[in-house]
Design a protein around this ligand. Structure first.
Ligand SMILES: Nc1ncnc2c1ncn2[C@@H]1O[C@H](COP(=O)(O)OP(=O)(O)OP(=O)(O)O)[C@@H](O)[C@H]1O
Length: 717
């Protein structure tokens, strides 16, 4: 159904506002209820830091480097934490770990906001906002950082939607009209193999190993006039295909200019890395400290330093760096103030010179790469592109896509709408059980958030979870899409169920992977656990019940132990955790599988918290939420489903796309641990999956008594 563009944009504005509010509320709740240490454990803070240095980054911003305070770390390494580059954080003097309630606003007054630009083992960098930079970074105070809601990204999306809401009809490009169903896409012939331009023999493939479905998708994307979707199920080589596509677009029309985007820095860097050996003029926008080292040579920042055009910027930068360095040397407030005033002037000058240099560099590049929201920066203002390519489009908010798409005449989006959409925190999200962060909240806070933050203008059923990919598919149907069908990751038995149930049975396991087992890896021994691609440990019978952390805290309280729980009503299952530990032991100790080749994945954070000690026991092993593991792969994956109750409550598991991600991460071995009785009651899909496992997996029925005895013996040993 066609959509009126202003209505679409204003709905998005309301949804985005609700989302931002939910994010702000979540941070406030966490910060006000928990100590800095507990927040660090929850992955939203990093404590006991010292300011190590500061320097000038791109845009003249000050980058503050922080690392562990010597008094708290012997190794000099940061502890386990959940801060990632790109996160918006508050850098502030660390409050005492008193029971006193803290308000985010109060913390904000005491600190300075910034973007994490680099995360290393021994420290990280934060590009701070100008206004308050003198406040925290001077002196030798102990500091901490706390994750905040991402208002920068939100502003870009909001700005784009406001622009679209105000556009007059005459301003809509043909491309926009197609994407909103105001007109139909120009037809593309079904079979392109004999086409004059892109048919067999006409295209000279750069990569001759491409499979037929990849070639077909490329021909289709080249021929489409306005929109093409490349549907890439797990491991089918989406990025591989996009690289060839970019090369072909340039071969077909050497004058074309292409913008390539993805929702995350890593998705973009992945493409830069694979594109750079082909020696085409390309540029990567984005803060260099956030980029992979291997792509730095293409980053705008490095080019502004090294290219000819960059020479004019250099001297101002040197002067700024010198000033920055002098701040730390002075203890006089007056002198510091004077230095900040000088810096402000220099920054202005720097920006002007940089702008000129940047626009020269961008103009020379055939391919420009940036994150979706990065494409909304000043560097690309007024730039137009013949084609905008979006990788991982099914994981991006639609408003985020439009930041890039407004400069396009044609779009090619790659993604898989049958894996998880972007994480949404506001209640308006369509599926009640879908977001990991939502999982952390109690029902009460969810309701509170909705009452205080959801503006009344959101039409029923509208949700940020509907991605551009989803919307275009339901608008124009499969004729705008091509699916990649050969997968290069999973053993055939692991692939079978997702292929049959989600991908119309069309997936084919590539010859090299279809029979790969753990026992064929170097140094791996042939034992039960390394011989089977698919294992199901069925905990049915009620011996392995789930619990919430709150319930366990309640029990402890009765015994006189009090502690506030961070995971609230997130579920965990001690019995399943025991089975996970035992399975990991068998894989690593008996089988000789490297711990770094093993991952334990669960939809429930409380379960992961319970299993965290495994990381010390088996360094290198990865524990992750299903949502966090999307896009990743491992030789062996253990999935612990957690739910086991007499009511058949499955919560989170009801989301097909989450299960799809969980079951498609392994290459050679998938072990599922769960209570088939409970899980079967959850949905038709879950019932089918359980039946499939019962029929096709190596089935095991654990015995709690002997398991407990074995665990006790292992602990003793
Ligand atoms: N035609 C091909 N021949 C051989 N190997 C291939 C081919 N296409 C892709 N691959 C391999 O498959 C793997 C997955 O490719 P790629 O990383 O491009 O996939 P993706 O679809 O982007 O990944 P994901 O499933 O994580 O989204 C890579 O190791 C790649 O080298």
């Amino acid at each position: 159904m066609a959509i009126d563009i202003p209505t679409f944009a204003s709905t998005q504005i309301s949804l985005l506002a609700a989302e931002l509010q939910a994010e702000v509320d979540e941070t406030s709740m966490l910060v006000s209820l928990h100590s800095p240490t507990a927040l660090q454990r929850a992955g939203v803070a990093l404590t006991n830091l010292a300011v190590l240095s500061q320097r000038t980054g791109l845009g003249g911003k000050t980058v503050v480097e922080v690392g562990p305070d010597g008094a708290f770390s012997c190794s000099g390494d940061l502890p386990e934490h959940g801060i990632r580059s790109g996160d918006i954080v508050l850098l502030a003097e660390q409050p005492a770990a008193s029971g006193k309630k803290r308000e985010v606003k109060e913390l904000e007054r005491k600190g300075v906001k910034g973007v994490v630009t680099r995360v290393g083992r021994q420290g990280l960098g934060v590009a701070v906002e100008e206004d308050g930079e003198g406040e925290v970074v001077g002196g030798d105070r102990r500091v901490w950082i706390v994750k905040l809601a991402d208002e920068v990204t939100w502003k870009r999306m909001n700005g784009t939607m406001e622009k679209m809401a105000k556009m007059a009809e005459g301003e809509y490009s043909y491309f926009m009209r197609v994407l909103f169903g105001l007109t139909t896409p120009s037809p593309v012939p079904e079979d392109l193999s004999k086409d004059e331009e892109v048919g067999e023999g006409k295209i000279k493939w750069f990569d001759t190993s491409l499979n037929e479905s990849q070639k077909d998708a490329i021909r289709f994307a080249l021929k489409s006039q306005e929109i093409a979707l490349i549907h890439g199920p797990p491991g089918t080589g989406k990025t591989h295909t996009l690289i060839e596509l970019i090369l072909q677009l340039l071969a077909l029309n050497p004058k074309s200019r292409i913008l390539v985007c993805g929702p995350s820095n890593i998705s973009v860097d992945n493409i830069v890395e694979r594109l750079s050996p082909h020696k085409i003029p390309l540029i990567r926008l984005g803060h260099p400290a956030r980029l992979l080292p291997s792509v730095l040579n293409h980053s705008l920042d490095v080019l502004t330093r090294t290219s000819e055009a960059g020479a004019i910027v250099k001297d101002v930068r040197a002067e700024m760096d010198a000033k920055q360095a002098s701040i730390r040397k002075t203890r006089s407030g007056k002198e510091r103030k004077a230095i900040y005033a000088d810096l402000k002037e220099l920054r202005k000058e720097y920006r002007q010179r940089e702008k000129k240099c940047v626009s020269d560099l961008v103009a020379k590049s055939k391919v420009v790469l940036a994150t979706l929201h990065g494409s909304g920066g000043y560097q690309l203002r007024d730039e137009k592109f013949d084609v905008v390519i979006i990788d991982e489009a099914s994981q991006a908010l639609e408003a985020q896509c439009w930041v890039a798409l407004l400069s396009a005449k044609k779009a090619i989006c790659a993604g898989d709408h049958l894996q998880l959409p972007p994480t949404i925190k506001s209640l308006n999200s369509s599926s009640k059980t879908s977001s990991t962060s939502g999982e952390k909240k109690t029902a009460k806070t969810k309701k509170d958030t909705a009452a205080s933050s959801t503006p009344p203008t959101i039409p029923k059923g509208a949700t940020l979870e509907t991605t551009l990919f989803d919307r275009l598919l339901s608008l124009h149907g499969p004729k705008i899409k091509r699916m990649l069908t050969t997968q290069y990751r999973m053993h055939e038995s692991i692939m079978r169920f997702p292929s049959d149930e989600l991908y119309e049975g069309k997936l084919i396991a590539a010859e090299g992977v279809k029979a790969r087992l753990l026992n064929q890896l170097p140094d791996v021994r042939d034992v039960d656990e390394t011989r089977e691609p698919l294992v199901f440990i069925d905990t049915q019978g009620g011996d392995f019940p789930e619990k919430t952390e709150d319930e366990e805290e309640e029990e402890k309280k009765k015994k006189g132990v009090t502690k506030r729980s961070l995971y609230g009503d997130s579920k965990r299952n001690e019995g399943e955790a025991m089975l996970v530990r035992e399975h990991v032991r068998c894989l690593v100790e008996d089988g000789g599988v490297r711990a770094e080749d093993v991952a334990v994945v669960s939809p429930y954070n409380a379960q992961l918290a319970l299993l965290a000690p495994l990381k010390e026991q088996y360094p290198g092993i990865e524990l992750g939420s299903v949502d966090g593991f999307q896009g990743r792969e491992k030789e062996a994956v253990i999935v612990t489903l957690v739910r086991s109750n007499s009511d058949g409550e499955v919560g989170f598991l009801a989301e097909k796309r989450r299960l799809n991600v969980a079951m498609t991460r392994p290459k050679r071995s998938l072990t599922v641990i769960g209570d088939s009785e409970t899980v079967k009651k959850g949905s038709k899909f879950l019932k089918k999956w359980m039946e499939f496992l019962e029929e096709n997996a190596d089935l095991r029925y654990p015995d709690l008594a002997s398991l407990t005895a074995a665990a006790a013996a292992a602990a003793k040993a």
